[in-house]
Ligand binder design. Structure first.
Ligand code: ZN
Length: 880
């Protein structure tokens, strides 16, 4: 699949979509799993597609260079190589009847498959990842989501080594052979595209539970893992049952098979995969135990289990026509899982976390060379489009529909969508059409959110006329050019607005509501509010009602006022963010001009108020007191001044710490209660506030707080507290203690792979000088495995994304290091290589000196030759 230097990978366009020449009625697979090879026999019943424009079309089968074709026959007649044609990795068979069965035998080597796409081995067990185009690495097939078939799979393997053999659907038969092998046959009663096929073969243990659906179907639930991880599956099982109930209650969606299985695997490129009836999960998204998993880990497990489960309807029962429609299933499913997590925990906190990710990382994607619409118009390698834009912005687009239509009408729309398209492969237009049909609204302007890239900007000013008691909001929208699209038409932007009176109360608006959703559709538009008795302070974009950058000329006093009074919890937090961002941006300019840094007391005062208010929700307090990250400040900067951003953030943190020290100590003590660990929202909030207080205390660099952190590290009965203390100590200037706790931590957890990943990440993100050398040394450590994506992410991605100062060292060593990794990974695992490229692709955002160094490394990767499609695409878009 690697491209030779002369041959350029081709671009695939949405506008070129054509229906497949053949449909598939049934796909029968037989796998013989062995140590040196796997033999795959597929028997596929094809029917010529009456919808296909050209009745002369050959059958086009996707394949891969890793496939060794051993036999091809049609209705029992073996084909010779004159009967078909190879074109690149495809196989074309002309002159076919309207009905036939094609048998194909391929030989593959899963044990040597380091790309982790298709059938591969993870830690001795066989598993698959077929989305998006992995099935073509198993057998020759029409590997496209609009070809849906009934699957039957037989798996044969050594019984000792691989006692557990799984595939989609229901197990229908099993048996043993004389040679120590056994076999199992699975049948999936629902037609599906090849990307939802899955197979697992290994020595696995499982936990089991039962669930009865609302209409009375009994479902067996099983979660499989290696024996050592059997004690870490209960939380995922509970999350699964909660998800199943929630989807019935909120979307009216029931599970449809008699068994639902999840398998945990160690080597996995992404988070998890929704294969029909057989989800396969990265261990990091399914294993959870108080002693080894931090609070955020528990929440991730709950969210990802829900996400993959929800795909059973939004993705599997109704799937995508082509990969340009990826957000049809991903944006909608992320929206569904975010609603679920909001219901299970604190809705405001969940919203703050989602928006933080969107603004930090998705906005940066929109501002970079890979900018693309939620429904991309073209791609070279689809794996490069499993992006924040398709997932997170795609979720925001669905959320806007929910806001515009209201929960009830939205539900009618989703019912209509599932009903109308059950068993079909459809488009984002079909989804929006269902929403248009139930609401009677014309959605054509709204659909620009799917086709136009870039982050819209909205500037707002307010005007009050006391005479007429009228308040007017003047709004302007624009959207910057992106490399793929120079000009944009105005979007339909729902702006949720409330107006606060000087006492901080919401002024009743039309119909007595306190929040109104304004629909900004023009480049410039004004909205008038009547009967407003006093000049209000507007609360804009409540709940972050649209994925835009909104500007209003608030004074610092007004932001503090909103922090204290806004009835919208999200906007209270956002006011604090805007206050901090404003102050820090000014300090960044001061630093650049060589002026002395002086912190505006407004921030410390506001933080003090929030900290002292014992009525406030602890989770909110912790969120409000978390300073904007370096990554977010970078995204907001015109030109990213690494040193200024780093120094200013430190300065602000340290100043707050020193001025509010006593208060932080009190908050720490008040929240340092000794109750048994629980991952519920209130306990998570308490720990997050306590550990935030500890972080500020450690910033004072006082011995006594080091002692406090050491004490917490030693006494903690859960990973959240122990890891928080570990990180603070390791990142502090107390180097002796840092190295002691690091050693201690490793000794204690060396057999827990996921905990070792945290140990790697803590060191990779240590801002102290010499971090790169430490990262390089860790690559040689027995705990590291350069073939395991979780290890690569923990060490290398974290170093590049969360160790700003060291990665961006002006000697270029960080960039050179990353480029070296990518050159190796390009051959070994192209998906991971391509993702690792991201920090370098932002080279244009940095000042000349750094940007030249970054660009040079991109060029060096390009000239290293034999680029995968994944890496080629990102490089070619970054180097223009
Ligand atoms: Zn998904």
């Amino acid at each position: 699949m690697n491209q030779s230097a002369t041959e350029q990978p081709s671009v695939i366009y949405l506008k070129d979509y054509e229906v497949p020449a053949f449909r598939v009625e049934q796909t029968e697979l037989r796998f013989e799993l062995e140590e040196e090879q796997t033999l795959v026999r597929s028997q596929v019943r094809y029917v010529r597609n009456p919808d296909s424009a050209n009745r002369q079309h050959p059958l086009v089968l996707d394949g891969h260079e890793a496939l060794e074709l051993q036999r091809l026959s049609i209705d029992g007649e073996v084909l010779s190589d004159k009967d078909y044609r190879r074109s690149g990795e495809q196989l074309l068979i002309p002159n076919l009847p309207d009905h036939f069965t094609l048998e194909c035998i391929t030989r593959i080597e899963p044990q040597n498959n380091t790309a982790l796409e298709g059938l591969y081995k993870s830690d001795g067990m066989f598993c698959t990842q077929c989305e998006a185009e992995g099935f073509r690495r198993i057998t020759f097939y029409q590997d496209r989501p609009d070809v849906m078939a009934l699957f039957e799979s037989t798996i044969v393997a050594d019984k000792q080594r691989y006692p557990v053999l799984l595939s989609n659907g229901n197990m229908v038969d099993a048996g043993e052979e004389d040679d120590g092998r056994h076999w199992v046959k699975w049948q999936d009663p629902f037609p599906k595209p090849a990307y939802l096929f899955a197979l697992v073969g290994g020595d696995l243990q499982f936990i089991e539970d039962r669930y009865t659906t609302s209409s009375g179907r009994h479902v067996v639930l099983k979660i499989f893992a290696e024996a050592k991880d059997l004690d870490k599956l209960e939380y995922a099982m509970n999350s699964l049952k909660h998800s199943m109930r929630w989807d019935e209650q909120v979307y009216g969606r029931e599970y449809d098979l008699d068994i639902f299985m999840i398998v945990a695997v160690d080597f996995f490129n992404m988070g998890a995969m929704e294969n029909k009836g057989l989800n396969i999960f990265n261990t990091s998204c399914v294993l959870a135990h108080p002693e080894t998993t931090v609070d955020a880990g528990f929440q991730r497990v709950e969210g990802v289990v829900a996400h993959e489960y929800f795909h059973n309807w939004s993705g599997n029962r109704v799937t995508c026509r082509d990969w340009f429609q990826l957000s049809l299933k991903e944006g909608f499913t992320v929206f569904r899982d975010s609603q679920f997590s909001a219901d299970m925990n604190s809705a405001t906190v969940k919203r703050i976390e989602d928006v933080t990710l969107l603004r930090t990382a998705q906005f940066a994607e929109d501002a970079g060379p890979m900018a693309h619409p939620v429904r991309p118009a073209s791609f070279i390698e689809i794996s490069n489009f499993y992006t924040l834009t398709v997932y997170e912005k795609g979720c925001e687009v669905v959320r806007m529909l929910h806001t515009l239509l209201g929960a009830q009408t939205f539900r009618k729309g989703s019912d209509l969508y599932f009903d109308r398209h059950d068993g079909q492969a459809v488009t984002t237009d079909d989804f929006v059409q269902a929403m248009a049909d139930v609401s009677g609204r014309d959605m054509s302007r709204f659909k620009l959110w799917y086709s136009q890239s870039g982050t819209p900007q909205v500037s707002v000013t307010g005007e009050y006329d006391a005479q007429s008691q009228r308040y007017t909001l003047h709004m302007q929208q624009s959207c910057p050019a992106t490399p793929d699209m120079a000009t944009k038409q105005p979007f339909l932007i729902p702006v949720a607005v409330g107006l606060l009176d000087p006492g901080g109360e919401d002024i009743p608006l039309q119909g007595g509501e306190t929040t109104e959703v304004l629909e900004l559709i023009a480049t410039e538009q004004s909205f008038v509010f009547e009967n407003i008795p006093v000049e209000p302070i507007p609360s804009l974009l409540r709940g972050f009602s649209a994925p835009v950058k909104l500007k209003f000329p608030y004074s610092r006093e007004q932001l503090v006022f909103l922090m204290q009074h806004d009835s919208d919890g999200f906007n209270r937090w956002d006011a604090a963010q805007q206050l901090a961002v404003g102050i820090m941006s000014e300090l960044i300019a001061d630093h650049q001009q060589g002026r002395e840094l002086i912190l505006d007391p407004a921030l410390v005062d506001a933080y003090q108020q929030v900290l002292s208010d014992t009525e406030l929700d602890r989770a909110m307090v912790a969120k409000v007191l978390t300073l904007p990250s370096e990554a977010y400040l970078s995204e907001l900067a015109e030109v990213i001044d690494v040193d200024a951003i780093y120094r200013v953030r430190r300065f602000v943190r340290d100043s707050i710490a020193n001025q509010l020290e006593t208060l932080f100590l009190r908050v720490y003590q008040d929240n340092n209660t000794a109750e048994p660990y629980s991952p519920d929202a209130a306990s998570v909030a308490r720990r997050s506030l306590k550990n935030l207080a500890l972080a500020y205390l450690m910033a004072t660099e006082k011995q006594e707080y080091l002692q406090l952190a050491l004490q917490q590290y030693r006494q903690a009965d859960n990973m959240t507290d122990s890891q928080a203390a570990l990180t603070l100590i390791v990142h502090s200037g107390f180097v002796q203690q840092a190295s002691e706790v690091l050693d201690d931590f490793y000794q204690r957890w060396q057999n827990e792979s996921l905990v070792v990943n945290q140990w790697l990440a803590v060191q990779a993100s240590d801002p102290k000088e010499g971090a790169l050398a430490r990262v390089q040394a860790l690559q040689q450590h027995p705990a590291y495995d350069g073939a395991n994506p979780n290890k690569i992410r923990s060490l290398i991605s974290i170093f590049c994304a969360q160790n700003m100062l060291n990665f961006h060292n002006t000697d270029g060593s960080g960039y050179r290091f990353l480029a070296d990794q990518i050159i190796v990974l390009n051959k070994q695992n192209p998906q991971i290589a391509s993702r690792l490229l991201t920090p370098l692709t932002r080279w244009k955002r940095y000042p000349q000196e750094r940007s030249a160094l970054m660009k040079a490394e991109l060029e060096r990767i390009r000239s290293s030759g034999d680029l995968s499609r994944d890496v080629f695409e990102v490089l070619s878009k970054s180097l223009v």
